[in-house]
Design a protein around this ligand. Structure first.
Ligand code: ADP
Ligand code: NA
Length: 330
């Protein structure tokens, strides 16, 4: 039987993935390409909803793609592409815009949060319809499953509603996608403030590990991460959130179990753990950095990979859009 199809996207809104992006999302993408028919998309259309600089956007789109290849996406085993190279995303989004109620879209909590930050008058209509573009991203590929974190559940529900609505109105057209819940997804917290997640928008520079940072810089951040009172090393996210975050990262990067680590550090101090973790992290990130730079230093090759991925994506997307246009009377 054919492998189930998954679709996932990442915004090119930073110059490097941070450790949370990698351990919470991208690492699973690498695993999924072995078991699924995986489509992965650098969603540059989504990255212009709040103002942007064209030079920076172009650079970040390439960096995102290069990093995805560097962490192990294999263009022979998955379809990696850039959203703006497949015009069907915007075309299907318009059709879905017209099927979405204004009130329905207004209930999206991510829009409420983000527009509150930008100021309600200044928030773009693009930000408002963002989840509908996301629905188009998914439905174009007839994805069976979408890896989602908690924060994206509401958007996936909207996608499912829109797929069912279209199917009811115009005949069975779209696969209604399921949430793909990834077990063992690490939630990484900020190194300086374990009460918030590590995040490019909320973290201070010292609280966030960027995979492309100089090793010495990352090592220093690990060593100056806040830990908790006491000396003993054990895992307790409630009482020892800082220490537990470091243990989570350690486990995720080495594949060792928490219990095993706790045992290995019996009688040792926080300093020992941090020193070892800094080394684990820098050894882990070094080849990713090197491979990312190899891709970035060979723009023609990167273009070729992305053009091939774009063509494969487009073949699927255009087939879906043709059916959609036909069904709605275009
Ligand atoms: P950020 O929160 O830094 O803006 P994004 O929202 O662009 O990051 O997230 C990209 C992906 O990385 C999403 O799938 C998200 O769930 C995941 N992710 C982001 N931060 C973390 C984190 N601290 N721990 C685990 N996963 C995370
Ligand atoms: Na975010």
């Amino acid at each position: 039987p054919a492998r189930p199809r998954v679709l996932s996207g990442i915004q090119p809104t930073a110059d490097s993935f941070h450790l949370g992006n990698y351990l919470g999302a991208v690492r699973n993408w690498v695993a999924l390409q072995e078991t699924h028919d995986a489509f992965y998309c650098v969603v540059d259309l989504h990255a212009i909803t709040a103002g942007h600089d064209p030079v920076v956007l172009r650079r970040r789109t390439r960096v995102a793609a290069a990093q995805l290849l560097a962490v192990g996406l294999d263009p022979e085993r998955c379809t990696l592409f850039v959203q703006s190279q497949v015009p069907e995303h915007a075309q299907l989004a318009w059709v879905l815009d017209c099927l979405t109620g204004f009130g329905e879209a207004s209930r999206m909590t991510q829009f409420k949060d983000k527009s509150a930050k930008q100021g309600a008058e200044r928030a773009s209509v693009g930000l408002f319809v963002y989840p509908i573009l996301q629905a188009a991203d998914i439905l174009l590929y007839q994805a069976d499953a979408v890896p989602v974190g908690e924060d994206q559940r509401q958007h996936l529900e909207l996608t499912r509603d829109l797929a069912q609505r279209f199917n009811n109105l115009f005949g069975a057209t779209f696969t209604v996608p399921e949430a793909y819940i990834v077990r063992d997804t690490a939630k990484i917290t900020d190194l300086q403030d374990p009460s918030i997640k590590m995040s490019k928008s909320a973290s201070s520079p010292a609280g966030i590990i960027e995979l492309l940072d100089e090793p010495a810089k990352s090592a220093k951040k690990i060593k100056s991460a806040v830990t908790d009172t006491g000396r003993e090393i054990y895992y307790d996210p409630e009482q020892k959130p800082g220490l537990s975050n470091l243990l989570t990262i350690y486990c995720a990067l080495t594949g060792r179990a928490i219990d095993e680590l706790v045992e290995a550090y019996a009688g040792k101090g926080y300093g020992d753990l941090k020193k070892d973790l800094a080394e684990v992290l820098t050894e882990f990130a070094r080849p990713i950095r090197e491979r990312t730079h190899l891709y970035l230093d060979d723009p023609a090759q990167l273009d070729k990979v992305l053009a091939a991925g774009g063509e494969r994506a487009r073949a699927v997307a255009s087939t879906t859009l043709r059916t959609v246009y036909d069904r709605i009377g275009f």
